[in-house]
Structures are given as structure tokens and as C-alpha cells.
Design a protein around this ligand. Structure first.
Ligand SMILES: Cc1ncc(COP(=O)(O)O)c(C=O)c1O
Length: 445
């Protein structure tokens, strides 16, 4: 049906046709993808479509929404800030929401992080981190540190620096001719996907070998603490996090913790670094920062790194900034989201969800199609047995997504890795209904 052929009395069918005609959606193969689902409103954990369907948002709308949709307090914070002003230039000017948010984040994140640099999304938070680490060395007179170290299966975003650091072949290999140099370390644990695995004494041994050999050239090491998300919801033991910190500290190399996915309670701690606990030199935050309302990111840096940019020589300035840096609407909502996290005791709820998920995941283990189950905090993962072209391009992914949509649930598997990652406000009953559906669908697979 073309845009011209739609029912003129049905405004939804008109704009849905315009979607087909005009829009290029993210991570979508338009040749084969089903039509995009038109959302009319959203409330709590549910999306409501124009044709009257109610869909449980089992992936927090791409991992951003933690308090539920259409949250009265976040709405009010947004409205109140909009009545003052929405956006002003953040170079040479400042405003209360950004300053209060920076102060709160510095207070809540590991103690060595003292400065907050705003940007727009997870990828830009990572770009900022990579540039900061790189220029920090140059500002100090070390010009040979052109190498970054990242991990196998890493995903840090879709901009060029973030892609160069990424290690997911299907997303990144097409562009690899344009990347800067990155060494990729594998992680050595005998049961790499178990969060509580304690079996291997040096899980960061490969990283150690790289730093022994080429440490003098390395600008920074970047990692996703505890969970590698888009790479397949891979969980790492806390020992790995500690080892990476020990090894990088031993070699005097900055550690960038990319907590774009894990930040704001998803793993049961406010920040995944606190599982260690470890202090990274640079920390990237975005996604749940605004409770899933507005694009905003923050890269936090240690005072040491910040000070390396202070100079009478203006060439040592951090030449980075975006038009919407420190957007006031987003900062006001982020501040309110932090208050909601505290006042509703969200972290306690995440731990309750972890308990509930663990029980239900255990029950799925016996299904023939299930290779492994795993989880941490408000994240439950079911990995299907590998067959043929597994990984992100596994044909079962889109089929599973469709089967769950037919049951009123939004799940978007990463190929053969099915995961459930709801807003923290989901009820026990709703959790059970999702696991019942998973059991039913996988049972007949
Ligand atoms: C760990 C991590 N870093 C960075 C990003 C990129 O974030 P964004 O999609 O907001 O650019 C993601 C997105 O999934 C992520 O999981």
C-alpha cells in the first residue's frame, strides 16, 4: 500500500504508510523486516498501539526505561523545566539542572571521579572518553600512545571511535578499514558466562600480556563492567573486573568503564563498578540516566585527567562539544530520575527481581533448546543452543521476537540470545506472565 492509497479517514494508517515511505529505522533490514508497530501511548511497563494492542515492554525500550513509561514525576520535572527554558549554549554559560546533576553523579560514582562532561548518547559518551584518554597523554607530552585495548565481544556504540573499540563482527567488520588501532583481549574464565564463577585465577591474563608487550603505546583500556550487553549479554565474574583494574593500574594505564548499559541499578548496584568495587579513571553513562525520557550522556573523569587539560596553552583545550551539550530538559529529568531511584528504593526492587528471575530461569534449563541460562540484577538471559549461523544473525531471533509479540510481549533477542530486561516497576505477576510465555514458546521450539 502506498502513502496515497491509505484510508483518509484513519489518521494512523496514513502516518504508518508515511513511515514506510519516508523513514529509515535503526538496526532494521527494511527488505525483510515486518512493519514498524505504531505506538500511540505508553504507561508503566506497557506500550499501547494504535490498533488497540497492549505490549509489555520487556527490554525497557532498548534498555533505557527504568521507572516505567509516562511517569508522573518525570513528566512534571520535564514540564517545569520547559516552562523555564529548554536549551542554552553550555560553553561559557551554565544552568542549575546541569550543575546539580554533575554534582550528584560525582557524589554517587566512585570517589576518584570528580568531573562530569555532558554529551548526548552512549556512543558519544564513549567517544568523549576515548578522546579524553588520548589527549590527556598528549597534553602531558607523551605522543606515542596511539593504541587502545578492548575486549572480545565488546560493544561501545556506533560512532567511529566506539565502533573501533567494539568487537562484534557483524556490527563492526564492514567499517574496520577506517578504524584506529585496537588490540583485542580475550577473557580467560572456564565458565565465562557465570557471574559467580571463581574458577580461573587470572581472567585478565591476555590483557596483561598485551600490556606487558605494548603497554608503552597504550592510551587506555576500555571495558563493560560485569555485563557485555550487545555482544550477547555475557556476564563476567567480579574477579575479572578486579583483575582488569589491577593490571591497568600496575601499568599506569587509564581504565575506561563503559556503564552505558549497566548504570543506574540494572545489575543490582547503582553502578556495576561497585561490584568490585573498583575505581575506573573514566566512566561513561547514558541510557537510564534520564529514566528513559531524553537522550543525555555523561563521561566522568578523574581530577588527574581533568588537570592535564589545564594550561595557558589553548591547544590543550578539550575540543569537544555538541549543540545540545548539557540539555536542560534532559538534566532536569535525570535529576528527578535519581530521586525516584532513591525514594522508591529501586535497587531493593532490582534485587527482588534478581531472586525471582533466578528461580524462573532455573526452570527453563531443562528445555531441549536451551543451552544456558544466566542473570544478574534485573536482567535474565536464555541462550539457545547454537546451530548453523548462530550469533546475532541467527534466524531464530526475529522469529522469537514475533512469537512474543503475538503474546503481547516485546522481547528482541540478540540472535540466539533471548533476554528479559524490564523496567524496575514491573510486578511479580507480570514477571511470571513473561516467563510463562518464554516457557511456552521455547517449549514448542
Ligand atoms: C555498553 C554500551 N556502550 C555504548 C552504547 C551505545 O549507546 P547509544 O546507543 O546510546 O549510542 C551501548 C548501547 O547499547 C552500550 O550497551
Amino acid at each position: 500500500m502506498s502513502a496515497q492509497q491509505t484510508d483518509s479517514k484513519d489518521p494512523t494508517s496514513h502516518w504508518v504508510a508515511q513511515d514506510r515511505r519516508y523513514v529509515w529505522h535503526p538496526y532494521t533490514q527494511h527488505f525483510t523486516a515486518p512493519e514498524a508497530i505504531p505506538v500511540e501511548r505508553a504507561e508503566g511497563v506497557y506500550l499501547y498501539t494504535s490498533d488497540g494492542q497492549r505490549i509489555l515492554d520487556g527490554i525497557s525500550s532498548w534498555w533505557v526505561n527504568i521507572h516505567g513509561h509516562n511517569h508522573p514525576r518525570l513528566n512534571r520535572a520535564l514540564q517545569e523545566q520547559a516552562d523555564r527554558f529548554a536549551q542554552v549554549i553550555f560553553a561559557g554559560f551554565t544552568h542549575e539542572p546541569a550543575v546539580r546533576l554533575a554534582a550528584q553523579l560525582v557524589q554517587r560514582t566512585p570517589a576518584n571521579l570528580t568531573r562530569a562532561f555532558f554529551s548526548d548518547d552512549g556512543s558519544t559518551a564513549v567517544e568523549v572518553a576515548l578522546k579524553m584518554a588520548y589527549q590527556c597523554w598528549r597534553n602531558r607530552g607523551e605522543f606515542k600512545r596511539n593504541l587502545f585495548v578492548a575486549f572480545e565481544h565488546a560493544y561501545h556504540g556506533d560512532t567511529f571511535g566506539a565502533m573501533a573499540a567494539g568487537g562484534v563482527e557483524v556490527f563492526h567488520s564492514e567499517y574496520s578499514g577506517l578504524f584506529f588501532e585496537v588490540r583485542r583481549a580475550r577473557v580467560r574464565v572456564s565458565q565465562p558466562r557465570r557471574a559467580d564463577s571463581q574458577e580461573e585465577s587470572h581472567p585478565a591474563a591476555e590483557l596483561e600480556a598485551i600490556l606487558e608487550g605494548e603497554g608503552q603505546r597504550v592510551a587506555a583500556v576500555i571495558m563493560e563492567p560485569m555485563v557485555q550487553a550487545a555482544g550477547g549479554m555475557i556476564l563476567w565474574p567480579v574477579e575479572f573486573l578486579r583483575h582488569v583494574r589491577e593490571v591497568t593500574r600496575h601499568h599506569g594505564i587509564p581504565l575506561i568503564a563503559d556503564e552505558v548499559f549497566t548504570g543506574f541499578g540494572r545489575t543490582g548496584k547503582m553502578f556495576a563498578c561497585q561490584h568490585g568495587p573498583i575505581e575506573p579513571d573514566i566512566l561513561c553513562l547514558s541510557k537510564a540516566l534520564t529514566g528513559g525520557y531524553l537522550p543525555l550522556a555523561v563521561t566522568l573523569a578523574s581530577e588527574d585527567i581533568y588537570e592535564s587539560f589545564l594550561s595557558k596553552d589553548r591547544r590543550k583545550t578539550f575540543f569537544h562539544g555538541h549543540s545540545y551539550t548539557g540539555n536542560a530538559l534532559a538534566c532536569a529529568v535525570a535529576l528527578e530520575s535519581l530521586s525516584v531511584l532513591d525514594e522508591t528504593k529501586s535497587l531493593d526492587r532490582v534485587m527482588e527481581l534478581e531472586g525471582l528471575f533466578t528461580k524462573r530461569l532455573e526452570q527453563l534449563k531443562s528445555l531441549p533448546v536451551v543451552e544456558e541460562v544466566r542473570g544478574i540484577g534485573a536482567l535474565g538471559v536464555v541462550e539457545l543452543s547454537r546451530q548453523g549461523k548462530s550469533g546475532y544473525l541467527d534466524e531464530r531471533g526475529p522469529k522469537l521476537a514475533q512469537a512474543f509479540l503475538e503474546r503481547g510481549i516485546l522481547l528482541r533477542p540478540l540472535g540466539n540470545v533471548l533476554y528479559f530486561l524490564p523496567p524496575y516497576v514491573i510486578t511479580d505477576e507480570e514477571v511470571h506472565s513473561v516467563f510463562d510465555a518464554i516457557e511456552e514458546v521455547l517449549g514448542s521450539w
